[in-house]
Design a binder for this molecule. Sequence first.
Ligand SMILES: NC(=O)c1ccc[n+]([C@@H]2O[C@H](COP(=O)([O-])OP(=O)(O)OC[C@H]3O[C@@H](n4cnc5c(N)ncnc54)[C@H](OP(=O)(O)O)[C@@H]3O)[C@@H](O)[C@H]2O)c1
Length: 472
Amino acid sequence: MKEQTKVENSTMTGLETMNSAITIFGGSGDLTYRKLLPAMYNLHVLGQLDNNFKIIGLGRRNYTTEDYIEITREWMKDYSRKKYEEQTFNEFAKRIIYFKIDISLESEYSRLQDFYIENNIKKHIYYYAVAPSMFLEITNGLKKYCSDNDAKVIIEKPFGENLENATELNSKLAEFFGQDEIYHIDHYLGKEMIQNILSVRLNNAIFKGIWNKDFIDSVQITAAESVGVETRAGYYDKSGAMKDMVQNHLLQVLSIVAMEEPKGKTMEKEQLALLKSLKKVENVDDNLVMGQYVGYLDEPNIDSQSKTETYVAMKIEIDNERWQGVPFFIRTGKKLATRESQIIVKFKSKNNAPANLLIIKIQPSEGIFLKFNAKKPGTDNDIQEVSMDFCQSCILENRMNTPEAYERLLRACFIGDRILFSKWDQIVASWNYIDNLLNKYKESSSKLYTYEQGSMGPKEANRLTDWILDLE
Ligand SMILES: NC(=O)c1ccc[n+]([C@@H]2O[C@H](COP(=O)([O-])OP(=O)(O)OC[C@H]3O[C@@H](n4cnc5c(N)ncnc54)[C@H](OP(=O)(O)O)[C@@H]3O)[C@@H](O)[C@H]2O)c1
């Protein structure tokens, strides 16, 4: 399949000469209903899907296509960015097909290929929206029965369970798809404010010149969730916060915040260089605190003895000229007091005044806030902290015009734009760092701490830094 000549054309999907399709493994899953189908509805409304583009949802449930469309209709009412309209949805629904299949059985892929032939579908995007443990089975099934298809694949995180497993998976995928047809999706990279980080860093004299150890004291990257494991218990208990959030999303964010300016080189090379310069952790106690929320063990489908972490706080150091001695704090967790993802850059304090803070809000609110010092009116020289706010998501027009991350990323894959996807060598660098950290954690006497639901995590996390701010 790799050798097959790709048809050149200029439309959005590049797949218009015959029936083309996205096949979603996990078509009846949470991700598909909440993110993928709404994203495709939005693209349909915007006229960005070819007329003959089909959406094939795969699952084990005993649905007909009509059942599946009606379920999708309900999700669309709550989750699509573009307003649900019955007639528009009915047009969109003509693209949708449900195909019942057990994807763990290799022989089932022969039926799937027959279905593609019957429907004259020759160009494919396969979306692996299932647990990572199923990625290999799917690839083997496709390889055996669907290998004459012209195909790309989009793979959800986490990619593998460790470096060894990810490498095996990558080589199997690359045998079938070719490295350039593999799209590792990291939806954080499709978020508006993540894309904005470089603009803010590089296009402002007030930040560009001071983005280094001489002016920056430390950086804090937080992804707090107020929800627990919800319907994702089976997957989450095998993964945990480190593999679900840190290995992929948060290290990607860190790499964009800290990488060198991509002069001449592509952004991905600079991100890779940054990920390779993360200092390997020697003493886990000084660098990592993991926790589990009280009540996790009673959640449905969670092993009652589970040692899976639902919270991670860590201190990362970067071994390069720009960042020598500047700690980067990362923290993420479930069942925390708030849902908020943000980056806080703390500048070095001058004249004992409070440190200036640059706060980049990623979700749910989006914006940039700068805290600085000014004279308190009516006093001789008292200092007060004041702030400048740019609340991007407060502007209705911005909200309406900002594509959801999955919408942006699916469209990018359809047109073959790989910039917004994680690259394999970045994944390797990231696993290298995380594998070492988790091995050190296992060897150490570090405990898995508990924390109350609705708190900001275990109090032991405070030992990593004295300035973890409450989120605003
Ligand atoms: N949910 C999110 O917000 C989110 C965000 C980012 C990344 N992800 C990633 O997306 C992936 C899927 O997550 P999810 O939350 O959507 O999981 P989920 O709700 O548990 O859905 C799992 C899907 O897999 C299907 N499935 C499982 N075993 C199958 C089998 N043997 N044959 C056919 N289908 C099978 C299920 O179909 P049936 O139920 O019909 O059996 C269901 O459609 C994971 O890798 C996760 O890390 C999810």
